[in-house]
Design a protein. Structure first.
Length: 487
């Protein structure tokens, strides 16, 4: 028999007490995180203390990501099994909300938003309180990246430069929960909380890389910088296949919320202007701040954090998401690829597959879907394997080889999205249809050289402004044009 209780304080934990033989190991396992228990006691009773916090990639120890977790254990000579058998009611803590269903051996973890606000009525009340203009504007920036799933991408690079040149400016980061690590000196605000509504409603500047949500209405004096999150190959917004009047209205409405749009190159500026009907306001073509690290950075520390030796070959597999599936595509068996290529394979799902998916594993395979900043993964990769993802434009800054695995090319091009140009004709690396073809291409050391002219043309078209100083230029314009003030 086992019993369990939750203790939620600054360091929340789950305590399990059992009778009889003590397990060899006990752990809490979720889609993107696992934590091991500390086991004590022998004889009649034993106790397991499971911290509801985790540290990944050498970062800080933070509350577990929201999601469902299983309590698992292993006894000598037996397979792993769930062990908790008693139910424990909801407990509200300062770092997370957690509810244990002991009968099923499952723990549900959620963000620390007071349940009184966790409803349509509660959110309506907060919107009325803060979106209507309560309080003066604050000399602050509200950052959001990929809907709060990470503190990353162009907003992160802009945050770091702003902290360097104007440290007096308050920096808020929108996060889905407190498992998201924010930059030093920044203030995390959990989506849907009163603090989140206040920060978004009173910050003088918003810097986002995707759509604004929850009925955002810009107050007089507020400005919005939309950085977007990639140079587009696949069709976007108004250019997507099919006529959908509601989507068109939503796209136009969204574009009108932005004051400035950031683009990495003139090609992207032209596409984004038309795709979002962003016709009369400025587009800054400054390169991408997130790519500065590809020019100025050193990947040695990232390799160490990932547990990769300096002499190991690293392949990054980073496909885009599909409109017709929630999970990451499974066109690659990463363990087989690692063996055939004699390499470490980093598997990187799209931000849209982070929450519904779960980590893959295998010999010399590391799932880095939850790694906060893909730019640093590009820095450590010796080669990129992708399909239609905009990561192909960013990785070109490094000059390292790219391979394009596109088993569903006709379906994606003809039915799901469509392209702005013919990838097969212009790709700066081999385009293959199967994993066997990919393995052969990776094993041909002469192949990347055959694409030298295409690679040079690709860099000329898409990376001419990527000189390592894009964040510096963007922040200078924000300050010079009064988007944010110096105290």
């Amino acid at each position: 028999m086992t019993t369990a209780q939750l203790r939620c304080a600054e360091a929340p934990e789950l305590t399990i007490t059992g009778e009889g033989e003590r397990p060899e190991a006990l752990w809490l396992e979720g889609p993107r995180a696992r934590v091991d228990a500390t086991l004590t006691g022998r004889g009649r009773t034993w106790r397991a203390r499971v911290p509801l916090t985790a540290a990944r990639w050498g970062g800080a120890r933070l509350p577990l990501p929201s999601g469902a977790y299983e309590v698992r254990a292993r006894w000598a000579g037996r397979d792993a099994e769930a062990v908790v058998s008693d139910s424990v009611p909801l407990t509200v803590g300062t770092a997370l909300r957690a509810q244990l269903d002991g009968e099923a051996g499952r723990l549900a973890v959620g963000p620390p938003v007071d349940p009184v606000y966790d409803s349509g009525e509660g959110q309506d009340a907060l919107e009325r309180r803060y979106a209507a203009g309560a309080g003066p504007l604050e000399n602050a920036v509200f950052f959001e990246s990929f809907y709060g799933r990470s503190a990353s991408c162009n907003p992160l690079a802009i945050d770091r430069e702003l902290a360097r040149v104007a440290p007096e400016v308050t920096r808020y980061w929108s996060v889905v929960d407190l498992s998201v690590e924010v930059p030093p000196g920044a203030v995390p605000v959990v989506e849907a909380s009163p603090e989140w509504w206040r920060a978004r409603g009173q910050a003088r500047l918003l810097v986002v890389n995707d759509w604004l949500r929850r009925r955002f209405s810009r107050r007089p004096g507020q400005r919005v910088l939309q950085t977007w999150h990639g140079t587009p190959l696949k069709r976007l917004a108004l250019h997507r296949p099919g006529f959908d009047p509601r989507r068109m209205i939503a796209v136009v409405r969204e574009g009108r919320r932005w004051d400035v749009l950031l683009a990495a190159n003139p090609y992207a500026a032209n596409i984004l202007r038309k795709a979002y009907a962003f016709l009369t306001r400025p587009i800054w073509v400054e390169g991408y701040p997130r790519n500065d690290v590809l020019v100025t950075g050193d990947g040695a520390d990232i390799r160490r954090a990932l547990g990769i030796r300096a002499d190991e070959r690293v392949l990054l597999y980073a496909p885009t998401w599909r409109d017709d599936r929630a999970l990451m595509v499974d066109f690659v068996d990463p363990a087989t690829l690692a063996r055939d290529a004699d390499a470490v394979v980093l598997v990187r799902g799209h931000s849209r597959t982070l929450i519904p998916g779960r980590d893959v594993d295998g010999p010399r395979v590391i799932d880095v879907t939850g790694y906060p900043d893909i730019s640093r993964l590009l820095l450590v990769a010796d080669a990129l394997i992708t399909d239609y993802s905009s990561v192909m434009f960013d990785f070109a800054v490094t000059g390292k080889p790219m391979y394009f695995l596109v088993p569903d090319l006709e379906h994606y091009r003809g039915e799901l999205r469509g392209f702005y140009f013919d990838l097969v004709e212009r790709a700066p690396g081999p385009v293959v249809r199967t994993q066997d073809e990919l393995a052969a291409a990776l094993g041909d050391s002469d192949l990347p050289g055959l694409f030298g002219a295409r690679y040079t043309a690709w860099q000329r078209a898409f990376t001419a402004r990527e000189d390592g100083r894009a964040a510096e230029r963007v922040v200078a314009r924000l300050l010079d044009q009064g988007f944010i003030g110096r105290d």
